[in-house]
Design a protein around this ligand. Structure first.
Ligand code: NAD
Length: 286
Protein backbone atom coordinates (compact mmCIF):
# COMPACT_ATOMS: atom_id res chain seq x y z
CA UNK A 1 0.00 0.00 0.00
CA UNK A 2 2.70 2.45 1.12
CA UNK A 3 4.79 1.26 -1.84
CA UNK A 4 2.06 2.03 -4.37
CA UNK A 5 1.50 5.55 -2.93
CA UNK A 6 5.28 6.07 -3.05
CA UNK A 7 5.45 5.00 -6.72
CA UNK A 8 2.46 7.20 -7.60
CA UNK A 9 4.28 10.21 -6.11
CA UNK A 10 7.50 9.29 -7.93
CA UNK A 11 5.60 8.84 -11.24
CA UNK A 12 3.84 12.17 -10.73
CA UNK A 13 7.20 13.86 -10.12
CA UNK A 14 8.69 12.29 -13.25
CA UNK A 15 5.73 13.49 -15.35
CA UNK A 16 6.16 16.99 -13.87
CA UNK A 17 9.92 17.00 -14.62
CA UNK A 18 9.32 15.86 -18.24
CA UNK A 19 6.60 18.53 -18.66
CA UNK A 20 8.80 21.30 -17.23
CA UNK A 21 11.78 20.16 -19.37
CA UNK A 22 9.61 20.19 -22.50
CA UNK A 23 8.36 23.68 -21.63
CA UNK A 24 11.92 24.86 -21.04
CA UNK A 25 13.23 23.36 -24.28
CA UNK A 26 10.30 25.00 -26.10
CA UNK A 27 11.21 28.28 -24.50
CA UNK A 28 14.76 27.91 -25.81
CA UNK A 29 13.52 28.15 -29.39
CA UNK A 30 14.08 31.68 -30.68
CA UNK A 31 11.13 33.56 -32.10
CA UNK A 32 11.04 36.01 -35.02
CA UNK A 33 8.28 38.32 -36.22
CA UNK A 34 8.55 39.10 -39.93
CA UNK A 35 6.24 41.76 -41.36
CA UNK A 36 5.01 41.58 -44.96
CA UNK A 37 5.81 37.90 -45.22
CA UNK A 38 3.06 36.38 -47.38
CA UNK A 39 5.34 36.47 -50.44
CA UNK A 40 8.61 37.79 -51.87
CA UNK A 41 11.50 38.73 -49.63
CA UNK A 42 9.48 38.51 -46.38
CA UNK A 43 8.32 34.97 -47.11
CA UNK A 44 11.87 33.90 -48.00
CA UNK A 45 13.10 35.38 -44.70
CA UNK A 46 10.38 33.57 -42.74
CA UNK A 47 11.30 30.29 -44.47
CA UNK A 48 15.02 30.77 -43.82
CA UNK A 49 14.43 31.48 -40.12
CA UNK A 50 12.04 28.52 -39.74
CA UNK A 51 14.53 26.21 -41.50
CA UNK A 52 17.16 27.34 -39.02
CA UNK A 53 15.21 26.52 -35.88
CA UNK A 54 13.20 29.67 -35.23
CA UNK A 55 9.49 29.86 -34.55
CA UNK A 56 8.06 32.57 -36.80
CA UNK A 57 5.09 34.93 -36.78
CA UNK A 58 4.11 35.99 -40.30
CA UNK A 59 2.14 39.07 -41.30
CA UNK A 60 0.53 40.72 -44.32
CA UNK A 61 -2.78 42.42 -45.01
CA UNK A 62 -4.51 39.47 -46.70
CA UNK A 63 -5.38 36.54 -44.42
CA UNK A 64 -5.81 34.03 -47.27
CA UNK A 65 -2.36 34.82 -48.70
CA UNK A 66 -0.88 34.53 -45.22
CA UNK A 67 -2.51 31.19 -44.61
CA UNK A 68 -1.13 29.90 -47.92
CA UNK A 69 2.36 31.17 -47.08
CA UNK A 70 2.21 29.57 -43.62
CA UNK A 71 1.17 26.23 -45.14
CA UNK A 72 3.93 26.41 -47.78
CA UNK A 73 6.60 27.03 -45.17
CA UNK A 74 5.22 24.37 -42.80
CA UNK A 75 5.25 21.85 -45.66
CA UNK A 76 8.81 22.63 -46.61
CA UNK A 77 10.18 22.39 -43.08
CA UNK A 78 7.84 19.53 -42.08
CA UNK A 79 6.49 21.25 -38.96
CA UNK A 80 3.47 23.50 -38.60
CA UNK A 81 3.86 24.03 -34.86
CA UNK A 82 6.48 26.71 -35.35
CA UNK A 83 4.46 29.03 -37.58
CA UNK A 84 1.80 31.53 -36.68
CA UNK A 85 0.44 34.65 -38.34
CA UNK A 86 -1.35 37.92 -37.71
CA UNK A 87 -3.13 39.59 -40.63
CA UNK A 88 -3.19 43.37 -40.79
CA UNK A 89 -1.66 46.61 -42.01
CA UNK A 90 1.59 47.48 -40.19
CA UNK A 91 0.79 51.18 -40.39
CA UNK A 92 -1.91 50.47 -37.77
CA UNK A 93 -0.66 50.55 -34.20
CA UNK A 94 -2.90 47.68 -33.03
CA UNK A 95 -1.47 45.33 -35.71
CA UNK A 96 2.11 45.82 -34.48
CA UNK A 97 0.95 45.32 -30.89
CA UNK A 98 -0.84 42.08 -31.92
CA UNK A 99 2.28 40.77 -33.68
CA UNK A 100 4.33 41.06 -30.51
CA UNK A 101 1.48 39.68 -28.38
CA UNK A 102 1.11 36.68 -30.69
CA UNK A 103 4.84 35.88 -30.50
CA UNK A 104 4.76 35.99 -26.70
CA UNK A 105 1.39 34.24 -26.26
CA UNK A 106 2.01 31.47 -28.77
CA UNK A 107 5.76 30.92 -28.42
CA UNK A 108 6.63 32.54 -25.08
CA UNK A 109 9.16 35.11 -26.32
CA UNK A 110 10.31 37.47 -29.06
CA UNK A 111 13.95 37.59 -30.12
CA UNK A 112 13.95 39.08 -33.59
CA UNK A 113 11.85 41.61 -35.49
CA UNK A 114 12.26 41.93 -39.25
CA UNK A 115 10.61 45.09 -40.59
CA UNK A 116 10.08 43.98 -44.17
CA UNK A 117 6.57 45.13 -45.19
CA UNK A 118 6.89 47.68 -47.95
CA UNK A 119 5.19 49.11 -51.01
CA UNK A 120 6.57 51.09 -53.93
CA UNK A 121 3.57 53.39 -54.44
CA UNK A 122 2.51 55.19 -57.63
CA UNK A 123 5.08 56.34 -60.15
CA UNK A 124 4.73 60.14 -60.36
CA UNK A 125 6.82 63.32 -60.37
CA UNK A 126 6.91 65.14 -57.02
CA UNK A 127 4.80 68.01 -58.32
CA UNK A 128 2.10 65.53 -59.38
CA UNK A 129 1.93 63.58 -56.10
CA UNK A 130 -1.18 63.91 -53.96
CA UNK A 131 -0.85 64.11 -50.19
CA UNK A 132 -2.46 60.65 -50.03
CA UNK A 133 0.14 59.22 -52.46
CA UNK A 134 2.85 60.47 -50.11
CA UNK A 135 1.20 59.39 -46.85
CA UNK A 136 0.36 55.92 -48.13
CA UNK A 137 3.99 54.96 -48.80
CA UNK A 138 5.49 56.72 -45.79
CA UNK A 139 2.86 55.19 -43.48
CA UNK A 140 3.55 51.60 -44.55
CA UNK A 141 7.32 51.73 -45.14
CA UNK A 142 8.47 54.07 -42.38
CA UNK A 143 5.71 54.55 -39.82
CA UNK A 144 4.99 50.79 -39.91
CA UNK A 145 8.65 50.02 -39.17
CA UNK A 146 8.64 52.56 -36.33
CA UNK A 147 5.44 51.17 -34.77
CA UNK A 148 6.59 47.56 -34.88
CA UNK A 149 10.03 48.55 -33.59
CA UNK A 150 8.46 50.42 -30.67
CA UNK A 151 6.20 47.50 -29.73
CA UNK A 152 8.99 44.93 -30.06
CA UNK A 153 11.35 47.08 -28.00
CA UNK A 154 8.86 47.29 -25.13
CA UNK A 155 9.08 43.51 -24.84
CA UNK A 156 12.82 43.27 -25.53
CA UNK A 157 13.83 46.00 -23.07
CA UNK A 158 11.61 44.60 -20.35
CA UNK A 159 13.15 41.14 -20.79
CA UNK A 160 16.73 42.09 -21.56
CA UNK A 161 19.29 40.63 -19.22
CA UNK A 162 22.41 42.77 -19.41
CA UNK A 163 23.85 41.42 -16.18
CA UNK A 164 25.47 38.48 -17.98
CA UNK A 165 28.12 38.35 -20.69
CA UNK A 166 25.59 37.27 -23.31
CA UNK A 167 24.57 40.82 -24.05
CA UNK A 168 23.45 40.64 -27.67
CA UNK A 169 20.20 38.85 -27.03
CA UNK A 170 17.85 40.62 -29.39
CA UNK A 171 17.97 41.84 -32.95
CA UNK A 172 15.97 44.06 -35.28
CA UNK A 173 16.55 43.90 -39.04
CA UNK A 174 15.10 46.63 -41.26
CA UNK A 175 14.62 45.81 -44.93
CA UNK A 176 15.42 49.09 -46.61
CA UNK A 177 16.58 49.53 -50.23
CA UNK A 178 19.50 50.81 -52.26
CA UNK A 179 17.16 53.80 -52.64
CA UNK A 180 17.95 54.80 -49.07
CA UNK A 181 21.03 56.41 -50.64
CA UNK A 182 20.33 56.51 -54.41
CA UNK A 183 17.45 58.69 -55.62
CA UNK A 184 14.78 56.89 -57.65
CA UNK A 185 13.13 58.91 -60.43
CA UNK A 186 9.35 59.33 -59.98
CA UNK A 187 9.39 57.56 -56.62
CA UNK A 188 10.13 60.28 -54.04
CA UNK A 189 7.93 58.82 -51.26
CA UNK A 190 9.61 55.42 -51.63
CA UNK A 191 13.16 56.81 -51.62
CA UNK A 192 12.31 59.17 -48.73
CA UNK A 193 10.80 56.31 -46.72
CA UNK A 194 13.93 54.20 -47.20
CA UNK A 195 16.23 57.15 -46.44
CA UNK A 196 14.23 57.54 -43.24
CA UNK A 197 14.65 53.87 -42.51
CA UNK A 198 18.43 54.24 -42.61
CA UNK A 199 18.24 56.81 -39.80
CA UNK A 200 15.61 54.76 -37.94
CA UNK A 201 18.15 51.90 -37.97
CA UNK A 202 21.00 54.08 -36.72
CA UNK A 203 18.99 55.92 -34.09
CA UNK A 204 17.39 52.79 -32.68
CA UNK A 205 20.77 51.02 -32.59
CA UNK A 206 22.25 53.94 -30.65
CA UNK A 207 19.42 54.09 -28.13
CA UNK A 208 19.22 50.37 -27.29
CA UNK A 209 22.83 49.16 -27.57
CA UNK A 210 23.11 48.97 -23.77
CA UNK A 211 20.07 46.67 -23.61
CA UNK A 212 21.65 43.85 -25.63
CA UNK A 213 19.68 44.76 -28.74
CA UNK A 214 21.38 45.06 -32.13
CA UNK A 215 19.67 46.93 -34.98
CA UNK A 216 20.75 46.70 -38.61
CA UNK A 217 19.41 47.25 -42.09
CA UNK A 218 19.61 45.47 -45.42
CA UNK A 219 19.52 47.45 -48.65
CA UNK A 220 18.45 45.09 -51.45
CA UNK A 221 19.09 45.95 -55.09
CA UNK A 222 16.79 44.57 -57.79
CA UNK A 223 15.25 41.33 -56.47
CA UNK A 224 12.92 38.93 -58.33
CA UNK A 225 9.60 39.53 -56.54
CA UNK A 226 6.13 40.78 -57.40
CA UNK A 227 7.30 44.30 -56.59
CA UNK A 228 9.35 44.10 -59.82
CA UNK A 229 6.72 42.25 -61.86
CA UNK A 230 6.69 44.84 -64.68
CA UNK A 231 10.46 44.74 -65.01
CA UNK A 232 10.67 40.95 -64.88
CA UNK A 233 7.99 40.54 -67.55
CA UNK A 234 9.65 42.96 -70.00
CA UNK A 235 12.67 41.14 -71.48
CA UNK A 236 14.23 44.31 -72.88
CA UNK A 237 13.95 46.27 -69.61
CA UNK A 238 15.19 43.27 -67.64
CA UNK A 239 18.30 42.97 -69.86
CA UNK A 240 19.04 46.69 -69.44
CA UNK A 241 18.69 46.40 -65.66
CA UNK A 242 20.99 43.36 -65.59
CA UNK A 243 23.63 45.32 -67.52
CA UNK A 244 23.64 47.96 -64.75
CA UNK A 245 24.38 45.33 -62.10
CA UNK A 246 28.01 44.28 -61.59
CA UNK A 247 27.01 40.63 -61.14
CA UNK A 248 24.83 40.88 -64.30
CA UNK A 249 21.71 39.32 -62.81
CA UNK A 250 18.63 40.12 -60.73
CA UNK A 251 18.91 38.86 -57.12
CA UNK A 252 16.76 36.15 -55.53
CA UNK A 253 14.72 36.66 -52.31
CA UNK A 254 16.72 33.89 -50.57
CA UNK A 255 19.89 35.96 -51.05
CA UNK A 256 18.35 38.65 -48.85
CA UNK A 257 16.96 36.06 -46.41
CA UNK A 258 20.40 34.56 -45.72
CA UNK A 259 21.79 37.98 -44.81
CA UNK A 260 18.80 38.68 -42.54
CA UNK A 261 19.42 35.37 -40.74
CA UNK A 262 23.12 36.23 -40.38
CA UNK A 263 22.42 39.72 -39.00
CA UNK A 264 19.95 38.31 -36.46
CA UNK A 265 22.37 35.59 -35.34
CA UNK A 266 25.27 35.57 -32.89
CA UNK A 267 27.59 35.41 -35.91
CA UNK A 268 26.84 39.13 -36.25
CA UNK A 269 27.36 39.83 -32.54
CA UNK A 270 29.63 42.84 -33.23
CA UNK A 271 27.47 44.44 -35.92
CA UNK A 272 24.98 47.16 -35.07
CA UNK A 273 23.70 50.41 -36.57
CA UNK A 274 24.75 49.59 -40.11
CA UNK A 275 23.11 48.74 -43.43
CA UNK A 276 24.37 45.86 -45.55
CA UNK A 277 23.94 46.43 -49.29
CA UNK A 278 22.85 43.21 -50.99
CA UNK A 279 22.65 44.51 -54.52
CA UNK A 280 25.08 42.58 -56.75
CA UNK A 281 27.14 45.78 -57.02
CA UNK A 282 24.26 47.89 -58.43
CA UNK A 283 25.07 50.83 -56.16
CA UNK A 284 28.56 51.20 -57.66
CA UNK A 285 27.21 51.74 -61.17
CA UNK A 286 24.26 53.98 -60.29
P1 NAD B 1 6.36 42.18 -52.44
O1 NAD B 1 5.40 43.18 -52.97
O2 NAD B 1 6.62 40.95 -53.20
O3 NAD B 1 5.93 41.75 -50.95
C1 NAD B 1 5.59 42.71 -49.99
C2 NAD B 1 4.95 42.04 -48.82
O4 NAD B 1 4.54 43.05 -47.89
C3 NAD B 1 3.68 41.27 -49.17
O5 NAD B 1 3.55 40.15 -48.32
C4 NAD B 1 2.58 42.28 -48.88
O6 NAD B 1 1.33 41.68 -48.64
C5 NAD B 1 3.15 42.92 -47.62
N1 NAD B 1 2.59 44.24 -47.32
C6 NAD B 1 2.46 45.30 -48.13
N2 NAD B 1 1.90 46.33 -47.46
C7 NAD B 1 1.70 45.90 -46.21
C8 NAD B 1 1.16 46.49 -45.05
N3 NAD B 1 0.69 47.74 -45.06
N4 NAD B 1 1.10 45.76 -43.91
C9 NAD B 1 1.55 44.50 -43.88
N5 NAD B 1 2.07 43.88 -44.95
C10 NAD B 1 2.14 44.57 -46.09
O7 NAD B 1 7.70 43.01 -52.19
P2 NAD B 1 9.19 42.53 -51.89
O8 NAD B 1 9.97 42.78 -53.10
O9 NAD B 1 9.20 41.20 -51.27
O10 NAD B 1 9.60 43.67 -50.84
C11 NAD B 1 9.85 43.42 -49.47
C12 NAD B 1 10.65 44.57 -48.91
O11 NAD B 1 11.89 44.66 -49.61
C13 NAD B 1 9.98 45.93 -49.07
O12 NAD B 1 10.20 46.70 -47.91
C14 NAD B 1 10.70 46.54 -50.25
O13 NAD B 1 10.70 47.95 -50.22
C15 NAD B 1 12.10 45.97 -50.06
N6 NAD B 1 12.88 45.98 -51.30
C16 NAD B 1 12.52 45.19 -52.36
C17 NAD B 1 13.31 45.24 -53.50
C18 NAD B 1 13.00 44.40 -54.72
O14 NAD B 1 13.70 44.58 -55.73
N7 NAD B 1 12.04 43.51 -54.69
C19 NAD B 1 14.43 46.07 -53.57
C20 NAD B 1 14.73 46.85 -52.48
C21 NAD B 1 13.98 46.80 -51.34
Amino acid sequence: MVDSVFFKIINYEIVCIIYISLQMSNNNVKVAVITGSSRGIGKAIAKEFAKNGYSVVLNSRDEQDLNRAAQDIAKEIGDNNVISYVPGDVSQEHVCKSLVEEAVKRFGRLDVLVNNAGISGVSKKINELSTNDWDYVIDVNLKGAFLCTREALKHMIQNSDTSTNTKNNYSIVNISSVHESIPQPDAAPYAASKGGMEMLTKNTAMEVSDKGIRVNGIAPGAIATDMNKDLLEDEQKKKEEEQRILLKRIGQPQEIAKVALFLASDNASYITGTTVYVDGGLTLTS
